[in-house]
Design a protein around this ligand. Structure first.
Ligand code: NAP
Length: 246
């Protein structure tokens, strides 16, 4: 389905990014796997992907750094000569109540999650605009829709991604580029495994489907959004949350 296409997945060294990259590779897309610290995770994924007969290259870089994201996109173009899909998945949280939140706690989460998404789109869109096609998917969160105690920095960053998505969907649509956001609920990854049991139980109680999501649940929606079947969908925020927020 995606044979010959090229995708960048940020934060592909584990969790949701890993599952998204793997699915795209299964559909035939070549990949740039971005990571920041976890080189072994990214290398392992690259090995699996290469065994499937598609090409994958690693790119170590911090998405919050404008110059590094510019280098990543330039490297992609130099390697493959095109860029069809950008998945802005890299993200962090640093949860604390406002009373304990330091300025740097707020800034770091915003720079990684929101500015990182802007940085990658800024550079990638130059290629997509020339090609007159492209699919951009930004990983937001249901927390960006409804907020959460102790996550004001994270919620602000994820709500910001929604505004960014809708504005750029309008701006880039005339050139055949779609921009959508996915808002996962509680997905089983390293990010959520550090939550105390009491909070996990309470969250499970609030999920109508009575189970936590898997990274593949998010990756499956990405598959659809980058397919021909989603040609007429842009500027949307789609929840993958077992019905938690509706
Ligand atoms: P995770 O397991 O903590 O993985 C995060 C990934 O992002 C890692 O590959 C990490 O790379 C990468 N990353 C972090 N900072 C980076 C930076 N500055 N530059 C480049 N890469 C960076 O998290 P996850 O649960 O898979 O989450 C993935 C995305 O989904 C995030 O945007 C998160 O906010 C969002 N989300 C997750 C959930 C959930 O329940 N898990 C819910 C809603 C939204 P390294 O390890 O190499 O540094």
């Amino acid at each position: 389905m995606l044979k010959g296409k090229v995708a960048i997945v940020t934060g592909a060294s584990r969790g949701i990014g890993w599952a998204i990259a793997l699915n795209l590779a299964k559909s035939g897309s070549n990949l740039i796997l971005n990571y920041n610290h976890n080189e072994s995770g990214a290398k392992e994924l690259s090995r699996i992907i290469e065994s499937m007969g598609v090409k994958s290259h690693l790119f170590q870089g911090d998405v919050s750094d404008f110059a590094q994201t510019e280098k990543m996109v330039a490297y992609t173009f130099k390697t493959f000569g095109r860029l069809d899909i950008l998945i802005n998945n890299a993200g962090i949280n640093n949860d604390k109540l406002l009373i304990r939140m330091k300025e740097e706690d707020f800034d770091r989460v915003l720079s990684t999650n929101l500015k990182g998404t802007f940085n990658c789109i800024k550079h990638a869109s130059k290629i997509m605009l020339k090609q007159r096609h492209g699919n951009i998917i930004n990983i937001s969160s249901v927390v960006g829709l409804v907020g959460n105690i102790g996550q004001s920095n994270y919620a602000a960053s994820k709500a910001g991604i929604i505004g960014l998505t809708k504005s750029l969907a309008k701006e880039l649509a005339p050139r055949g580029i779609t921009v959508n956001a996915i808002a996962p609920g509680f997905i089983k990854t390293v990010m959520t495994e550090k939550l105390p049991d009491k909070i996990r139980e309470k969250m499970l109680d609030d999920i109508p489907l009575k189970k936590f999501g898997e990274p593949e649940d998010v990756a499956n929606l990405v598959d659809f959004l980058v397919s021909e079947k989603a040609n007429y969908i842009t500027g949307q925020v789609i929840n993958v949350d077992g019905g938690m927020v509706m």
